[in-house]
Design a protein around this ligand. Sequence first.
Ligand SMILES: [Zn+2]
Length: 261
Amino acid sequence: MGKASPYCRVTCLDYGEEQGFTNLFYADKPSEQFVFPIPGFYLETDTGSKILFDTGCSPDFKQTWGLLNEFMPYVRPSFMLDQLKKMGVTPQDIDYVIMSHLHYDHAGGLSSFRGAKAKIVVQKAEAQVAMSTIYTNRSDVAYAGYIGTDFQFSDLNWMVIDGDYDLLPGVHLLFLPGHAPGEMGARIETKKNGDLIIASDAVYTAESFGPPAKLPGAAINLDDYVKSVEKIRRIAGLYEAKVIFGHDSAQKLAMFPEWWD
Ligand SMILES: [Zn+2]
């Protein structure tokens, strides 16, 4: 048998828009309200594996978000299940759910995978801090993104990894701590469009990427944050990869039914 083709095709999913503060994204800006997109990603490998990258916000956000609903409202809801339905995909079809991290705008759709075969891939550092945060009621801003009802299920098929990890041919997971303790991105190999790096919240926007990297207003560790941005820059240079930012309204994405293939 020959080596499995490494190639994937990737489409971006619309998980709606949230309102936030500019100084959360950029430490050097005044606190002004703005609206940012929440993208997710769906990947198919040449060998037939189906992979979801992030799950967006919870359909129960009105009940579970608390004060976020007042100050960082989900101004245009768009849920994972509806996005999958548009593609004719159900949660039962998915083999892997890659969790960039467990903040509420990324982990809110996980309950749809309870009892399903999908492996929920998460970094050890992320799972540890998310769990300890909800059990200890930490409230400093860098810990404020975790809502226990998003991910605290014993019937999810967790797959805990620690560091960079080659998940499948063409799907290379990148450990990018800083924004969150176990922030994770991915380098995806496509045939026509070359390599893509899904940076998620390791880099919010093109402005955050620089160079030089622009510091966010809240991060679990700013030294790690800068190292992770530079890691992305290095890998992007090595593979001539296109970097996809976490919440950049100006970046053009291949939204379903378009694909990067
Ligand atoms: Zn986010």
